[in-house]
Design a protein around this ligand. Structure first.
Ligand SMILES: NC(=O)c1ccc[n+]([C@@H]2O[C@H](COP(=O)([O-])OP(=O)(O)OC[C@H]3O[C@@H](n4cnc5c(N)ncnc54)[C@H](O)[C@@H]3O)[C@@H](O)[C@H]2O)c1
Length: 432
């Protein structure tokens, strides 16, 4: 079987490697030359902890079953195509922005042979399969879906840090609008998915995927709102959470310094984007609550500095963690960027540390935590990387100019740090 995977990012790369491991001949089509170069050298372009991924990529490339290319024509005549490009939203209007999706479809459609299967793994606003994907493929291939071309939507569910595990172990929802596409789609996914494959139609699959992430966003917003209330009342939101969860059927999540990544901040908008009559309110409000958290984090830094006798203007703040998620290299929509912007706006000087993230324009990332915290007036944990759970706190206190410590991810127990001499504050932490 010959398979093309379009887009070798967090979704496409593990998929390409996992499909190659089933014995298929896989060509990965990418527009990023660095990723193509890395994959063809047998390396994963992703940093962070991705158990098994780099080894699997190396193995499949050396066996000659996985290759990457910048040239979409190399996907000519394949048996199956999986589209895994990004599907962001417009930051101002929150409408879906399908530039990458449309480019990928336009590139591959004329190359599709009779009977080829196309699976859209990218997350889509409900109605996109029918309104955008099907017409683009039929127009470009001059074929008809369900007759000589087969089309499914199988949204990916994986999370960074567990890409390969999730890819093969999580149940999948597979949307098809005709029986032949469904049969072909199930046969393709059964090659590597060990869990159940749930059959449905395109639109239901689109709603399910975006609702999964909107659900998570609303749950996080609930925890964050309880954290804001707890801070005002001077109680510990994490203790509140533990006690709430002693009540049957309550599973309150943890609050934190913000939500990021490619998916959670935009999928709720994809879900509500086609809704006109139902006028969604809860889901957009949850987005607002979660978007507020990095700004709250910056405010807490200012409060902690004030409590240590330091004005924020000119203060040195060491921001620990630049990625949105612990132990990964993923900085997309990271709340750390908002925290940093807010602190800079208030006149603070920022040193950013992260064990995995690369530097970006305006955000120079240091690898050495000692260098980042030397002479700091405040240390602010924004991402719960494992490295930050093992800080030498006594040495840290000696290195700092003022002892303000702000915990955005419940990494440390406040009373312990206060006993050591820190001025401790945190998201959901009440008073110390
Ligand atoms: N990251 C996750 O954990 C995750 C989980 C579930 C679903 N998703 C969804 O999967 C999709 C992909 O997400 P991702 O995280 O892998 O994104 P990503 O940005 O890591 O990867 C997308 C890749 O596609 C490439 N690309 C863009 N246009 C292209 C084109 N025309 N031809 C070839 N390559 C092209 C980009 O260069 C990039 O490498 C999105 O819709 C996302 O919402 C992501």
């Amino acid at each position: 079987m010959r398979v093309a995977v379009i887009g070798l990012g967090y979704v496409g790369l593990p998929l390409a490697a996992a499909v190659a491991a089933t014995g298929a001949n896989v060509i990965g089509i990418e527009i990023d030359a660095e990723k193509v170069k890395a994959v063809n050298a047998g390396q994963s372009p992703l940093r962070g902890q991705e158990p098994g991924l780099a080894d699997l990529v190396g193995e499949q490339v050396s066996k000659g079953r996985l290759r990457a290319s910048l040239d979409p024509k190399e996907a000519s005549g394949v048996d199956a195509v999986a589209v895994c490009v990004e599907t962001p939203i417009d930051p101002t209007t929150h409408d879906p922005s399908y530039k990458a999706l449309k480019a990928a479809l336009a590139g591959v459609a004329p190359l599709l042979k009779r009977g080829a299967l196309v699976s859209i793994e990218s997350t889509l606003a409900p109605g996109t399969m029918e309104g955008v994907v099907r017409p683009a493929l039929e127009r470009g291939s001059k074929r008809t879906v369900g007759r000589d071309l087969y089309l499914v939507h199988c949204p990916e569910r994986l999370t960074t840090g567990k890409l390969l595990h999730h890819l093969t172990e999580l149940p999948r929802v597979l949307g098809a609008n005709d029986e032949a596409s469904m049969r072909k789609g199930v046969a393709f996914y059964e090659r590597f998915v060990k869990a159940e494959i749930h059959a449905t139609d395109w639109t239901t699959a689109e709603v399910v995927k975006t609702a999964e992430n909107a659900y998570w966003d609303v749950q996080i917003a609930f925890a964050n709102e309880v954290a804001l209330i707890s801070e005002e009342l001077g109680v510990d939101a994490f203790r509140v959470r533990d006690l709430v969860n002693t009540c049957p059927y309550r599973m309150m999540l943890s609050p934190g310094a913000g939500v990021g990544g490619h998916c959670i901040p935009k999928d709720p908008w994809l879900l509500v984007s086609p809704a006109v009559q139902s006028k969604p309110e809860l889901i957009p409000t949850a987005r607002e609550v979660n978007d507020f958290m990095p700004r709250r984090m910056a405010r807490i830094v200012e409060e902690a500095l004030a409590a240590s006798g330091r004005k924020i203007k000119g203060a040195r703040v060491a921001v620990l963690g630049f990625t949105y998620r612990e132990n990964t290299d993923d900085t997309r929509n990271s709340p750390a960027k908002i925290v940093i912007q807010e602190l800079r706006r208030r006149g603070a000087e920022i040193a950013i540390h992260d064990p995995f993230a690369r530097s970006e324009r305006g955000y120079a990332v240091l690898r050495d935590v000692n260098a980042a915290t030397k002479g700091a007036d405040c240390v602010a944990i924004v991402t719960a990387h494992d490295e930050y759970r093992k800080l030498d706190l006594k040495a840290l206190l000696r290195r700092m100019r003022h002892p303000a410590f702000v915990d955005g991810r419940d990494v440390y127990a406040g009373p312990d740090l206060v006993k050591m001499g820190f001025v401790y504050r945190g998201i959901g932490k009440g008073q110390f």
